[in-house]
Write a protein of this length. Structure first.
Ligand code: HEM
Ligand code: HEM
Length: 205
């Protein structure tokens, strides 16, 4: 199989998980408890050892194949979506390494339940939020940005008289709206969150 095909197939696996993962975070706008209940149900699937192994292998395959594609392409003479494709991919590579390692360290070494509070801890505590807010926002925007770039290349038909480039811009706008909604939930409607004691270690306090 060619690198691009490998990247495509593991990308589909990963995108399914990420879509569900972001939806789970979105649900926190209806209350932290609702988010945690849904996460408990979803974990029965994605924490099944076989499913989680496929997910973690896909993360590694996606980063390795993506970096090979970046090396091949370069960014000379590239248009907006070509550049977005490369830079969003590079950011996703960095983010996925840090994010997945952090989740695994939190779960197996710090013995924390890596639920809503694990993600919210850094976002709601000054000064570490100066890092965590752009870190998560750029991850969600890069995910939508990467998919918008793929769409702009693969789609060749207008939808409701919108050209593929306009459709791709629509995906970018959707990404910005989803990012705002996720932060609305993660910050308890832009106010603050009472962190349970065991998560305070993550805020450096
Ligand atoms: C969240 C994870 C990711 C998903 C869902 C994803 C998805 C995709 C998809 C579906 C394609 C199109 C493949 C094709 O043309 O058949 C693609 C292309 C590409 N991806 Fe990713 N990808 C992800 C992460 C990454 C990472 C971590 C990198 C690298 C650092 C990367 C770099 C690239 C590059 C360079 C291309 C080719 C661009 C081109 O042909 O112009 N991707 N990605
Ligand atoms: C608002 C932003 C995000 C927050 C707050 C967040 C938080 C979390 C948390 C708390 C977990 C642990 C889940 C559990 O224990 O059941 C997790 C897992 C994970 N996240 Fe995120 N995440 C965010 C965005 C993303 C994005 C954009 C990606 C991918 C590009 C991603 C990829 C993953 C992966 C692959 C895992 C699974 C690790 C495992 O196998 O357990 N996350 N995330």
């Amino acid at each position: 199989m060619k690198i691009k095909q490998i990247h495509f197939f593991s990308g589909v696996v990963l995108a399914c998980f990420i879509g569900i993962h972001l939806f789970n975070h979105f649900i926190s706008i209806f209350g932290i408890q609702r988010h945690i209940e849904l996460m408990d149900s979803l974990r029965k699937i994605y924490r099944h050892p076989f499913v989680e192994m496929i997910l973690l292998v896909s993360v590694v395959v996606q980063i390795r194949s993506g970096l090979q594609l970046v090396r091949r392409k370069g960014s000379r003479n590239a248009g907006f979506f070509d550049k977005l494709h490369l830079y969003s991919g590079l950011y996703l590579a960095i983010f996925l390494v840090i994010h997945v390692s952090a989740v695994l360290v939190g779960r197996f070494y710090l013995k924390l339940d890596t639920n809503f509070y694990f993600g919210a801890a850094g976002i709601n505590s000054f000064p570490v939020n100066l890092f965590f807010i752009p870190y998560y926002a750029l991850a969600v925007l890069s995910f939508f940005g990467h998919l918008a770039a793929v769409h702009s290349k693969k789609m060749n038909q207008p939808i409701l008289s919108l050209s593929p480039a306009h459709q791709a811009k629509g995906i970018l706008i959707l990404g910005a709206v989803v990012t705002l909604l996720l932060f609305y939930g993660l910050t308890n409607q832009f106010s603050s969150i009472e962190l349970p004691e065991e998560y305070r270690i993550l805020t450096g306090q």
